[in-house]
Write a protein that binds this ligand. Structure first.
Ligand SMILES: Nc1nc2c(ncn2[C@@H]2O[C@H](COP(=O)(O)OP(=O)(O)OP(=O)(O)O)[C@@H](O)[C@H]2O)c(=O)[nH]1
Ligand SMILES: [Mg+2]
Length: 218
């Protein structure tokens, strides 16, 4: 791909991200892009959030993304979300064009908050704006120290870090505090939340940090 092709691709992505943003806004949908490496607990966290927010009276949407298949999509359906599934095939990233197609499959007017699980990774997602109103990055405690400083861009650009799998702290050499301190060093206004998504620990704090009051609408 030469420079002109690359620029055209970027312009197209930005145009679609902008259209997604305005479409979501026009429908009153709060949209949250959930990013993080493979197996960090994105789907488990989203399941916990979906279940809790539904009990708060919100209509929750979720978009699953995978190269192939619908495993996470089925999990979101079971959690009670209004869902869509994106298969990216051979592409290593989720882009705004694919998201816009998935949005057209959803009844956006009915949805209060929409979670989008990005393809696993901590490099590509930052290069492909989607047009969501917010972004979250998840890092499992099992990733250990050094990940934030080795791949700072996603952490510098994302103001909420969820450090998940803290239940494993007793068998790991890295403490959540170490990862939180690394994050603070690359993102001055960023906030870290500690979770054990498997057991639902930290989810109330996460919901509060995201600004859901759970007394009705956000
Ligand atoms: N011990 C522990 N395990 C967890 C936690 N959260 C998720 N898991 C487990 O980690 C594995 C991966 O969880 P998923 O939620 O599927 O992770 P993901 O980030 O969606 O994975 P991909 O979509 O494949 O990138 C599963 O076996 C979960 O049960 C946690 O807080 N503690
Ligand atoms: Mg997943």
């Amino acid at each position: 791909m030469d420079v002109t092709d690359h620029e055209e691709l970027l312009v197209r992505q930005i145009r679609h991200a902008d259209a997604n943003f305005h479409l979501l806004k026009a429908n009153g949908v709060r949209s949250i892009n959930v990013m993080g490496p493979v197996g960090c607990g994105k789907t488990t966290l989203m399941e916990r959030l979906i279940e809790r927010l539904i009990t708060c009276g919100l209509v929750v949407g979720a978009i699953a993304t995978a190269a192939t298949g619908d495993t996470d999509f089925q999990r979101f359906l079971t959690s009670g979300a209004i869902c869509a599934n994106i298969n990216t095939g051979g592409s290593g990233y989720l882009d705004a064009v694919s998201l816009s197609r998935a949005l057209s499959d959803l009844d956006l007017a009915a949805i209060d908050v929409l979670f989008i699980e990005n393809l696993p990774g901590i490099i590509s997602p930052v290069d492909y704006p989607l047009g969501t109103s917010e972004e979250i990055v998840v890092l499992p405690l099992t990733a250990g120290s050094g990940v934030v400083s080795s791949y700072p861009r996603i952490f510098a650009q994302t103001d909420l870090l969820i450090i998940n799998k803290i239940d494993l702290a007793s068998v790991l050499s890295t403490s959540p505090k170490t990862i939180a301190a690394e994050y603070a060093s690359v993102n001055l206004q960023g906030r870290s939340i500690l979770t054990d998504a498997l057991r639902g620990n930290g989810i109330s704090k996460l919901i509060e940090t995201l600004g859901f009051d759970c007394d009705g609408k956000w």
